[in-house]
Design a protein around this ligand. Structure first.
Ligand code: PMP
Ligand code: GLN
Length: 375
């Protein structure tokens, strides 16, 4: 009998595979196609012949832990204990899985906001706990009243994703105030704050949970170097959490992976000496504006994009097919792959919306836009 009967193959795998089979331009799964910063590739090439190939300590390569603490202080003025409060993980995915399985017990309830990224529900189900899906408002702001209405003594965790995949929405000061009010009433509730796109934000300023004094003692903040440094395949991320939670999370981590890829940790640690997170923002803002400009004359209606490297678009004017079928036709007939937004909903809600990834070089964006404008 399956432990996860309703979980199938991820839509990112399905769409990328289909894009490859049909030789389509792949704007579906979120990954950059432009070269990695030469400073980083030079570092890793140099490290190949150095003594960096054995296990790092379980929590992470100690100089990297120090650099993450420094970066967190520079970005959010938060002072953290690198040994006790940081865990380097095999991407954010493993960090999220590890935190949920370490902290959630049978019959606990975990609030997940719809639409949401796909990696939260499976670990909750594996704990024999209950995911409670609460829809975001139509403009993708959280509906705090509905969220409060589902909170009860069983609610153990709420998961937020800020900036938000797939909608690109960023939480505002008023959202944090509402969240803090709810959490005050439920002292045992934890907050899992997925901030993997923290450095990919545009006009709106990203407010990190790391800056919310009232939330720190119960929050697990999730980051990913894969997103920040365009190295999704390296699978290096990290968690920040208070020591009492981290002790539990590390108990699981040590038996899931024990420690994470050593050479990549050393390389990122050295790279953090020279890189600026401001450059990331600027580069993606240009890509967002360029891609939106290219699609201006098309029949796709573009939604606002405040952060992440995803652009959501409505195809309602073009077709009344389901979003999944529309994406399949888009690959087969027009040679462009995108992600149907219904797959981010617990109930598969279909609003004729699809997601394009614009983390691509200009030639790819131009070629894709030319095809999209001809529909
Ligand atoms: N959370 C969100 C919102 C994501 O979009 C992703 C990656 N697409 C992850 C977590 C997982 O990140 P990683 O690749 O570092 O595991
Ligand atoms: N996070 C990526 C996205 O949203 C997908 C990563 C994956 O395929 N697991 O497209």
């Amino acid at each position: 009998m399956s432990k996860l009967p309703k979980i199938g193959t991820s839509i990112f795998t399905i769409m990328s595979k289909m894009a490859a089979e049909h030789n389509a331009i792949n704007l579906s799964q979120g990954f950059p196609n432009f070269p990695v910063d030469k400073r980083l590739t030079d570092i890793i090439a140099k490290l190949a012949s150095e003594n960096v190939h054995q296990y790092t300590p379980m929590s992470g390569y100690p100089p990297l832990l120090l650099k993450i603490a420094k970066l967190t202080n520079q970005s959010y003025s938060r002072v953290i204990d690198p040994e006790a409060e940081i865990l380097v993980t095999a991407g954010a995915t493993q960090g999220i899985f590890t935190a949920i399985t370490a902290l959630i017990k049978v019959d606990d309830e975990v609030i997940i906001l719809d639409p949401s990224y796909d990696c939260y529900e499976a670990p909750v189900l594996l704990c024999n706990a209950k995911p409670i899906r609460v829809a975001l408002n139509d403009d993708y702001t959280p509906n705090w009243e509905n969220i409060e209405n589902v909170c009860c003594s069983k609610t153990k965790m709420i998961i937020i994703n800020n900036p938000h995949n797939p909608t690109g929405k960023i939480l505002k000061q008023s959202d944090f105030e509402a969240l803090e009010k709810i959490l005050e009433k439920y002292p045992k509730m934890l907050l899992l704050s997925d901030e993997v796109y923290e450095y990919i934000t545009f006009e709106e300023k990203h407010i990190s949970t790391n800056t919310r004094e009232k939330l720190l003692d119960r929050s697990i903040v999730v980051s990913s170097f894969g997103k920040s440094f365009h190295i999704t395949g390296w699978k290096i991320g990290y968690l920040i959490a208070p020591e009492n939670l981290m002790i539990e999370i590390k108990k699981v981590h040590q038996f899931l992976v024990f420690s994470v890829n050593s050479i990549c940790q050393v390389a990122i640690s050295e790279y953090l000496e020279v890189v600026s997170t401001d450059d990331i923002k600027k580069m993606y803002q240009e890509k967002r504006d360029y891609f939106r400009g290219l699609l201006h004359g098309s029949r796709f209606k573009l939604m606002p994009c405040e952060g992440t490297y995803f652009q959501v678009a409505s195809f309602a004017e073009i077709s009344n097919k389901s979003d999944i079928n529309f994406c399949k036709r888009l690959i087969i007939e027009h040679g462009v792959a995108a992600i149907p937004i219904s797959t981010f909903y617990g109930d598969g809600k279909d609003l004729s919306l699809i997601r394009f990834c614009f983390a691509k070089d200009s030639a790819t964006l131009e070629a894709a836009a030319k095809r999209l404008c001809s529909i």
